[in-house]
Design a protein around this ligand. Sequence first.
Ligand code: NAD
Ligand code: UGA
Length: 463
Amino acid sequence: MKITKICCIGAGYVGGPTMAVIAQKCPHIQVTVVDLNEERIAKWNDPNVDNIPIYEPGLSEVVKEARGRNLFFSTEVDKAIEEAEMIFISVNTPTKTYGSGKGLAADLKYIELCARQIARVAKTDKIVVEKSTLPVRTAEAIKSILQNTGNGVKYQILSNPEFLAEGTAVEDLFEPDRVLIGGESTPEGDTAIQALVEIYSNWVPKERILTTNVWSSELSKLVANAFLAQRVSSINAISELCEKTGADVNEVSRAIGMDSRIGPKFLKSSVGFGGSCFQKDILNLVYIAKSYGLNEVADYWEQVIIMNDHQKSRFAKKIVATLYNTVADKKIAFLGWAFKKDTNDTRESAAIYVANDLLFEQAKLAVYDPKVNNEQVMSDLNYLNSRSKEENEKGITSFEDPYQACKGAHAIAVLTEWDEFKTYDWEKIYTQMNKPAFVFDGRNLLNKEMLTKIGFKYQAIGS
Ligand code: NAD
Ligand code: UGA
């Protein structure tokens, strides 16, 4: 079966970049990305390709090449569904904030809405691809909704989770470690799997395209994120021990990472992991385990989140303790607000939680992030509902110039590992700060020797 038209529901961090790359690599396929969010779609269609809503290195070039040729962004969801032979569902699946499973389970209301919309609109057979990260066995629910419409349309459901990381999305999509496709073990299931395999084969070597049953594919996505996050929490747990014992966590990481069985990646100690998915997916795994009565399994994975929360709060506590147990009315500069470098995404960023803790202590925060504006910072803080909007506005200000953010500060906290922070004129920053001038490096990014020589009191994580 040859696919000529694809529709993707959801033009977010996953739908946008993945579809742009499919369109660029498959000029023979028409790809339409649809979303209910008109503003987001308008930005994807902005004539100036630098204004697309997601900042990812290399993405605007890909969009520039394919947009208008075989890549389209639209709010006409029904039309795109009707025309396509293959429909990707790439909508958000946040943690539930109400009802049963509140705070743990994935909220599948957007997924269900998509399934119902497809069921309502489709007049020809469709392959529906789960691109969103979903609890194991969601395909069953989607199938049940699609197959009970009585209009004779036949559906195949595939699971094709996405493993890209933000900041390196284009690179990851161009050269994925693997592409995972789960489908039914029936002749129709195989045909659907092969149709998707063929699309990826346009640029991904066949041996990297892995096919499994649907449930393994759905579960593998949650497990991959849980394992990655678990490594970060493991090294962060060790960072606290290093601070007590005189060991240096960077040296420990290096020493254990050289063991080929452990490997060097994802062993960078930090102020804590953030991002829209690690926490949400682990909580979901915990919820699934609990729902089968597997309490030890649930507790084991929950510990990854507990350790991460501890790492964020102990960073804030360390700042307060070091600044003579009071930060009230003291200016503290935040370098970085995004959850990692090279992205404008701030969802679940450690910076938000550290800021919240310091605002409780009545600190005055000055934020600089090369890709995050004041509106986003305020909205992230207001979302926590810890205090009134007015109080948040009084407590925190964003700057467009890092030197202004640091001027007159008692301390600088590095929250994101942006490369540019390393190249600043640290002598100049030092002269404009209150003394003693403290630096709390939540990313072990800066040159300790250089900063200490200038006169800074420098504290890293895990040493
Ligand atoms: P996102 O919030 O950036 O984008 C989702 C989009 O879907 C939004 O623009 C929203 O308006 C749209 N949407 C929701 N319901 C809709 C509907 N019924 N019709 C049309 N549009 C609708 O989310 P994201 O970061 O792209 O994540 C999407 C999924 O991919 C999640 O399940 C996430 O876990 C998974 N994922 C994300 C990443 C990542 O790096 N962000 C990586 C791998 C997997
Ligand atoms: C992560 C996974 O890496 C992707 O494979 C997955 O597709 C994605 O989640 C998802 O499902 O959303 P992402 O969250 O974009 O990608 O970014 P990561 O590079 O994994 O970083 C996550 C967080 O962990 C960041 O806050 C980062 O700073 C932190 N981290 C990462 C560390 O503190 N130390 C490390 O060694 C690595």
